[in-house]
Ligand binder design. Structure first.
Ligand code: TGC
Ligand code: FAD
Length: 391
């Protein structure tokens, strides 16, 4: 792969909207990605392996629980810092950002929000340091966009719960130490349980043959009469709103992360367009290529402003779920469109692993599907503005 010459675009001086702390956190993540992710990520993706060697570095830049208070091992940062960290990591690879998103928003967040003090003390510091890795099991083979229909269930057996069912498409599952599992009790009410690797009847087979998110490990969670201790149920919220609340936090991170992938594609294509000579001139001097590049930087700038404003609203506790859906949907579509256009600017070179664009493009096919598909987020906006659910 080519050396990482990334230079972040900032067409509207958005840096002026950031605090010194935001910029410090962002720059530390940016440098770390350049140093530790860029040199290894292409090979990891080609080999379909999550590069476990970077777990310690992810913890050091605050990517595991950026907004979790320091008393539980988190970085105690605000939502914009969280977003900027996700942007920089996804600039490197969406699969690496996935691991950080899942650990922070889908594992640490529910334990922090819905867990007992004992659960917080037991798990959060180890998750923040990367000593243990978690995963989040909501999706099932027959219930993807409609998680309310889930059939995974647990029964009260007096001194423990008995858990049965299966989850699929679970990021980090093949190597996770713990799983946050959403399952129905005997009354059909959804609860979150913390299931630990090693519990009898719990297995996590890996999902192979992915053309997307290859540097992220995906798998199933299978529960065959797993005895879960009663103290592993998170008691402070139940119902579908509990897992969906975690998704709000993860979708917010994706709205920022997608900007990173788009920036990397744009920056690569811009540099290439200035260097690649055809018909005796750089292709960047041709109107057709300028149209592509000009539209890319316009869309990136709009997405940056949307993400920044959403971050302000989230810091104030005012961002609605529907606002988060709109940003996730808009920014991921923006990124996937930019990846496709940037790929064309590189001509044949664009399909090789010499450049990051094709990897981003394939990764974004997962990003536009997980955490709520593109269609589902549109329907969330539709419901919000009309008051009528059309799911
Ligand atoms: P509905 O009746 O609308 O709502 C049920 C309850 O949930 C509440 N709620 C929310 N709460 C917090 N945040 C949100 N975003 C919420 N959306 C809804 C709602 O108020 C209600 O509460 P209550 O107290 O009245 O019971 O539910 P529905 O069954 O009609 O479904 C709505 C729909 C379609 C929007 C929802 O099911 C949905 O978002 N589906 C998409 C599923 C999804 O996003 N799955 C993601 C799986 S995890 C994943 O992909 C991780 S990828 C990780 C990575 O690698 O980065
Ligand atoms: P379906 O729900 O079957 O949807 C198929 C198509 O139908 C989509 O185009 C959808 O938009 C459309 N559709 C569905 N309902 C409607 C409707 N009402 N109206 C119109 N169109 C509709 N899940 C987890 O729980 N944890 C994870 O860590 C996780 N990681 C993932 C990692 C990867 C790489 C991938 C690909 C997925 C991951 N997922 C995870 C699952 C992801 O959230 C689901 O794939 C997603 O929610 C969609 O569900 P589905 O694949 O079953 O598609």
């Amino acid at each position: 792969m080519k050396p990482d010459l990334f230079k972040a675009p900032d067409y509207y001086n958005i840096d002026e909207l950031l605090t010194d702390e935001h910029k410090m956190v962002r720059d530390a993540a940016r440098e770390w990605v350049k140093r530790e992710v860029s040199p290894i990520i292409e090979e990891a993706a080609q080999n379909a392996e999550f590069p476990k060697s970077i777990i310690g570095g992810l913890a050091e830049i605050g990517a595991f629980g950026p907004y979790i208070p320091e008393e539980y091992g988190g970085a105690g940062l605000d939502q914009i810092s969280y977003g900027l960290i996700m942007q920089e990591i996804e600039r490197g690879d969406s699969g690496v950002r996935s691991t950080a998103s899942v650990q922070s928003s889908l594992v640490m967040y529910p334990i922090f929000k819905y867990g007992t003090e004992e659960q917080k003390k037991k798990y959060l510091p180890k998750l923040a340091s990367g000593e243990i890795i978690g995963c989040f099991g909501l999706t099932e083979p027959d219930y993807g966009s409609n998680p309310a229909g889930m059939v995974t269930n647990f029964k009260d057996k007096g001194d423990h719960y008995l858990l049965n069912g299966a989850k699929m498409w679970i990021s980090n599952a093949p190597f996770a130490d713990i799983a946050i599992v959403w399952a129905k009790n005997e009354e059909g009410r959804i609860h979150g349980l913390i299931v630990e690797r090693g519990m009898e009847g719990f297995s996590t087979p890996e999902t192979h043959n992915k053309w997307s998110l290859r540097a992220s490990a995906t798998g199933e969670l299978i529960f065959d009469n797993v005895k879960v201790p009663k103290e592993n149920l998170m008691p402070n919220k139940s119902g579908l709103g509990a897992p969906l609340g975690c998704l709000d936090s993860a979708r917010f991170g994706i709205a920022w992360g997608a900007i990173g992938a788009a920036m990397d594609c744009y920056d690569t294509a811009l540099r290439y367009s200035k260097e690649r000579i055809q018909f005796d001139k750089p292709i960047g001097g041709k109107q057709l290529q300028q149209k592509k590049l000009a539209e890319m930087i316009t869309e990136i700038t709009k997405a940056q402003l949307m993400a920044w404003r959403l971050g302000v609203l989230r810091n104030e506790g005012k961002a609605t779920s529907a606002q988060i859906s709109m940003a996730k949907r808009n920014n991921v579509e923006m990124a996937i469109n930019i990846a496709r256009e940037a790929r064309q600017i590189l001509g044949g070179m664009g399909i090789t692993g010499e450049y990051s664009i094709m990897r981003h493009m394939m990764n974004l096919e997962s990003v536009i599907t997980y955490e709520g598909t593109h269609d589902i987020h549109l329907l969330i906006t539709g419901m919000d503005i009309t008051g009528m659910p059309a799911f």
